[in-house]
Design a protein around this ligand. Structure first.
Ligand code: PMV
Length: 354
């Protein structure tokens, strides 16, 4: 038997400002979404691979331990990819993954883990095809593969701001893969902080795949998809002109819309905790008292992302310490910010970073 070869990618999580909630067909979004890529919350995945004539084999270890559920998910994904990546069938794979944010934090890690995996697979594809993709084609392909694993992962392939889903306002946009947000971003939004306030580490009770599925029968679905388009158009203008007030309005509206849809989709969809609401209340009160530029957003869970221009950092740190930490589980929070995207730390073909 030949030795295992290794490819390692480190890929970040992202936080959606315009939310993807609802899909159709083969993992296609019902509306375009736009996100900010994070810097510190990352998954590192090493993919060990060797030729095996007995067909596709997959093992997945997370922080040194076998992860049955995720292993099944990856195996299913790789089986479904065999048509477009026929080489998968001739290899044995072992993935070793770890997160550099606490696993117990209750932060959705599918975006970082699926994007890291997709980048490893496309790196291998490039080696086997003996042809270097252009940087743009490589990232497009990785985003497409990541999307098939988890929609939001398609956006983690790019740094700064990324957009997934077709919108008439950006010609290159596509439902098949995400693209970097290429319009000029105002300096206020070029350096953004994201303080992730950890309200509860409990596993969320509605999986995102069930949540997306429930949207197919939600009575407000069509109105929501239209609203997302309108919010996206307005947010793109805010990002370019530096209008933080309107940005805050849209981003908070998106977060609360996501939770309204969740709550009205299923009995398990009430994911907000009392402390989530206390934090939201404090943020809005402090903002109107001080005029400080900051706003909140939420993932499909109880933790709060506090977004602010890094220029306001000192005041925001004091605000977190004195007014918000008391609502966090064990006073935990993650001091993150906008990031530059994935990095290949062991790439056989060439060193890359996006
Ligand atoms: O990528 P999924 O299938 O885990 O869905 C993610 C959905 C949200 O995180 C709630 C919103 C988003 O756009 O990231």
């Amino acid at each position: 038997m030949t030795d295992f070869q290794k490819i390692t990618w480190q890929s970040p999580s992202n936080i959606a400002l315009i939310k993807y909630w609802g899909k159709h067909g083969h993992q296609l979004p019902c509306n375009p979404s736009l996100s900010m890529t994070l810097d510190k919350a990352r998954t590192t995945t090493s993919m060990y691979y060797r030729a095996d004539s007995h067909g596709l084999k997959v093992k997945y270890l997370f922080e040194g331990k076998k992860q049955e559920e995720f292993e099944m998910k990856i195996l299913k994904l790789m089986i479904s990819l065999q048509d477009e990546m026929p080489f998968l069938n001739q290899y044995e794979f072992r993935f070793e993954s770890s997160n550099n944010f606490p696993h117990s934090a209750g932060i959705a890690s599918s975006a970082s883990s699926m994007s890291a995996l997709a980048l490893c697979l496309v790196s291998l594809e490039e080696i086997l095809l003996k042809e270097n993709y252009s940087r743009e084609d490589f990232l497009k392909r990785a985003s497409h593969i990541a999307r098939l694993g988890s929609g939001s992962a398609s956006r983690s392939i790019f740094g700064n701001y990324a957009l997934w889903g077709h919108t008439d306002d950006l010609e290159q946009s596509s439902d098949e893969y995400a693209i970097p947000f290429t319009l000029p971003v105002h300096e206020k939004f070029a350096a953004m902080g994201d303080a992730v306030l950890l309200v509860s580490s409990q596993q969320k009770s509605v999986s995102s795949s069930l949540g997306h599925h429930l949207m197919t029968v939600h009575p407000f679905a069509e109105a929501r998809y239209k609203q997302a388009e309108t919010n996206l158009q307005a947010l793109m203008v805010c990002l370019q002109v530096g209008d933080f007030e309107s940005f805050a309005c849209i981003v908070e509206n998106e977060a609360l819309t996501l939770h309204s849809l969740l709550m009205t989709s299923s009995d398990d969809g009430l994911l907000l905790k009392a402390n989530t609401l206390h934090i939201i209340d404090e943020i809005r009160r402090f903002r109107s008292e001080t005029g400080l530029q900051m706003c909140f957003t939420l993932d499909a869970g109880p933790n709060v992302h506090l977004l602010y221009p890094l220029g306001e950092r000192e005041k925001v740190m004091d605000f977190i310490t004195f007014r918000l930490l008391r609502f966090c589980e064990n006073e935990q929070w993650i001091d993150d910010q906008i990031g530059t995207g994935p990095v290949c730390t062991e790439c056989h073909s060439m060193e890359r970073s996006s």
